[in-house]
Write a protein that binds this ligand. Structure first.
Ligand SMILES: NC(=O)c1ccc[n+]([C@@H]2O[C@H](COP(=O)([O-])OP(=O)(O)OC[C@H]3O[C@@H](n4cnc5c(N)ncnc54)[C@H](O)[C@@H]3O)[C@@H](O)[C@H]2O)c1
Ligand SMILES: O=C(O)C[C@H](O)C(=O)O
Length: 352
């Protein structure tokens, strides 16, 4: 009897988390930490979305975590909501619940969309993911126009310009609040450099600039901060590392052999970048992360480089610093492709 009473209570506690089931929250006295920040994950039931939901639930800065997807959110929500961290988890399913998922949110993270299979480029995802990102950003413009937005969906070099155009059309665009998530490139660069030089990756911080596809990913290996004496690479090491960092995504896609692309390392990277945004929103000073943003650092309208984060998002885009000849050539080599991907995104969003 005692056991079944406990079970009934648990059922109510978890099922009320999905607003679609009509069960009220009256059994709960607490409705979530009042002082924390509200986060929505769009695409929360996917390969990235699920572990990212887990990591954000564990983030003490988060008071409310809204999980949105077009499939499977009730199960993911019930599962993640049982973790004994303070964020209240709420599930939202299908496009009719998009605006409710976004209302009052401070940070929106978008990992919605299809991933690559072997032999595909990120640009091959454009056809499907461009429309998904556009629809989700229209929801953001309606329901939480002041939110910070972290775009993960590929091709990032085009989806960020799409998001910007949607917000411009809605009259809500603030370039400081829109970020393409390129943290995984930095995470990979730190890991691979640490392997080569035999150091703890936590000591390495390689800025990775440009965009998020092939040659547009440019690690500035002459600037791996925090290590004294400075690391110097041989030509062979520099070529190996640049090539491996540029092709890190493909390495995972091929290893997964048709079942998807990076999900766990990406969830880690997205949670790291989201945490930086949340800490900046809370007023913490001195936070710098690489991200693909509207930029004047080069002649390209969007570019990933080190960005100082503040209460309003991107406070300052830092200069690239001194480049080696190898890096200067890499920068020139990426420009045509990156400009083309940016133009493709703008064209898609403005012609619709
Ligand atoms: N920026 C990066 O560094 C990086 C790294 C890895 C993957 N990615 C990209 O992230 C995206 C997601 O990858 P994944 O492995 O999680 O894919 P996945 O297929 O496992 O998950 C995608 C999720 O998006 C959902 N979805 C589809 N349409 C939607 C819509 N209209 N609204 C809400 N949700 C929707 C799906 O239902 C699914 O749950 C891909 O485009 C992938 O290329 C980017
Ligand atoms: O490579 C991909 O398709 C996914 C992602 O962009 C990555 O870098 O892992």
């Amino acid at each position: 009897m005692a056991e079944s009473r406990a079970r009934g209570r648990l059922w109510r506690m978890s099922s009320h988390l999905n607003p679609s089931d009509g069960v009220s929250m009256e059994v709960c006295r607490a409705k979530g930490g009042a002082t924390g920040l509200r986060v929505a994950i769009l695409g929360a039931a996917g390969g990235i979305g699920q572990p990212l939901s887990l990591l954000l639930k564990m983030n003490p800065l988060v008071s409310t975590l809204n999980l949105y997807d077009v499939v499977n959110t009730p199960g993911v929500t019930a599962d993640v909501s049982h973790i004994d961290a303070s964020a209240v988890v709420r599930g939202f399913l299908g496009k009719d619940q998009l605006d409710s998922a976004l209302e009052g949110v401070d940070l929106v993270i978008i990992p919605a969309g299809i991933p690559r299979k072997p032999g595909m480029s990120r640009d091959d995802l454009f056809k499907i993911n461009a429309g998904i990102v556009r629809t989700l950003c229209e929801g953001i413009a309606r329901a939480c126009p002041r939110a910070i937005v972290n775009v993960i969906s590929n091709p990032v070099n085009s989806t960020v310009p799409i998001a910007a155009e949607v917000f411009k059309k809605a009259g809500t665009y603030d370039p400081r609040r829109l970020f393409g998530v390129t943290t995984l490139d930095v995470v990979r660069a730190n890991t691979f450099v640490a392997e080569v030089v035999g150091l703890d990756p936590k000591l390495i911080s390689v800025p990775v600039v440009g965009g998020h596809a092939g040659v547009t990913i440019l690690p500035l290996l002459s600037q791996p901060l925090q290590v004294t004496p400075a690391i110097r690479f041989s030509d062979e090491e520099r070529h190996y590392l640049t090539n491996r960092i540029q092709n890190g995504g493909t390495e995972v896609v091929e290893a997964k052999a048709g079942t998807g692309s990076a999900t766990l390392s990406m969830a880690y990277a997205a949670a790291k970048f989201a945490d930086a945004c949340l800490r900046a929103l809370k007023g913490e000073d001195g936070i710098v992360e690489c991200s693909f943003v509207a930029s004047q650092v080069t002649d390209l309208p969007y570019f990933s480089s080190r960005v100082k984060l503040g209460r309003n998002g991107a406070e300052e885009i830092l200069p690239l610093g001194p480049l080696t000849e190898f890096e200067r050539k890499g920068l020139e080599a990426m420009k045509k492709e990156l400009q083309g991907s940016i133009d493709k995104g703008i064209q898609f969003a403005t012609s619709a």
